[in-house]
Ligand binder design. Sequence first.
Ligand code: ZN
Length: 122
Amino acid sequence: MTLGRWLTKSPIATFFGVLFCLLAMPVLLPLGMIAHVRSQRRLKTLVGKLPCVNCGALLGGEALRIADERWAKEVQQRQAASPGSIVGRMIRRVHAVCPHCDCEYTYFEKENMLMRKDLVVA
Ligand SMILES: [Zn+2]
């Protein structure tokens, strides 16, 4: 039996995997929350100084609010379409929307940059 197969099939490995996750949770959860807040702050700073590539107007915080509303509506529609079932993983593609021309942007966290959604290759 290979190590990979043992890790996925063995009840002992599953037990220790679950135990590790439970013990690491008090450390991993705050780290995840800090990383999320930091990412949101970087995005907010970025849209605060970036002009829209389509119309030239400053994106600003309003662009984030519009994108958040659209995302919330999309999630709500997805959940309403399949009530009572678990919604599969959803990947957010729109992180900012120009309040003046409705141009949508995708945020790349690692590069800390925004790109027009229609130019992003999925
Ligand atoms: Zn615009």
